[in-house]
Design a protein around this ligand. Sequence first.
Ligand code: PBG
Length: 331
Amino acid sequence: MSFPRTRLRRLRYLPQLRALTRQVRLDAGQLILPLFVRDGAGAPREIASMPGQYQWTLADLACEAETAQRLGLGGVILFGIPARKDETGSDAHDDGGIIQRSVRAVKAAAPELLVITDVCCCEYTSHGHCGVVHQTTHGHDVDNDATLELLARQAVSHARAGADVIAPSGMMDGMVAAIRAGLDQAGRTETPILSYAAKYASAFYGPFRDAAESAPQFGDRRTYQMDYAADPGQALREVEQDLAEGADLVMVKPALAYLDIIHRVRTQFPGVPLAAYNVSGEYSMIKAAAAQGWLDERAVVLESLSALRRAGAEIILTYWAKDVAEWLRHQ
Ligand code: PBG
């Protein structure tokens, strides 16, 4: 039936009908707040390229965790900035490392809050790469298999400190299998793995690398993170592989420039919990425009995050998690 009997605007005149017919909803309980923790004393440092985000000290982290819990967030994901970096990133798998102490501090302050830890080497290595570096025929590169053992040790150490979910982000082949085996051997059979399964080599991570002080000192990450111009089917193969290796939840990253990937993963793998990481560059762009008065921050954020839900992600990692939770309360 066509116009004039069909008038699609009929559903839009009344706010009550618009509300009744909404399909996509944001829920604080499905938002994950990323937090950066710097080893050492002093005041929290605001991250210049991410206004409103901080490198917290251990002492202030507890307060952030309490707020996250009070707002009913789905959880936090922790990134550590160690006091000392070295070739193999040894702070990452030290039971007294910055992340291990952070997990214990968050658990003490907010026992109900879900704690996810990012498992990767780049925040801990002096060269800033996501694993151990070796010489290959094409120059220096990350040694995939030698890195797996470090990732497994890191994951086990995080779980021992109390992490609820382990999230490997290094895009090493076999990382999920290695971590699953390590956790199981350590008796952590019930600790789930959220794999950054389809993670692209992206310029949108720029501000994060300021925040985590993890920019690679030479080369880039294109030998391990995915090429944005590759066949999207590669993302599906990454997800399939990680699920076969034992991933319990999967992630697509970045989010806004990869809505097609989110949608494909959702369609291809129904029933698999899917997270989208609304990354640092996506945050900074909107913050910068809002600071100029060019965009309405709240409206643009709610619209953008709703797009991630519409594409098929139920879980959203976002630096706006606390703001969104507040906005939803006062709607
Ligand atoms: C790697 C990691 C990165 C991000 C999360 N985990 C950076 C990278 O791959 O270089 C980026 C997140 C963001 O940009 O917000 N440990």
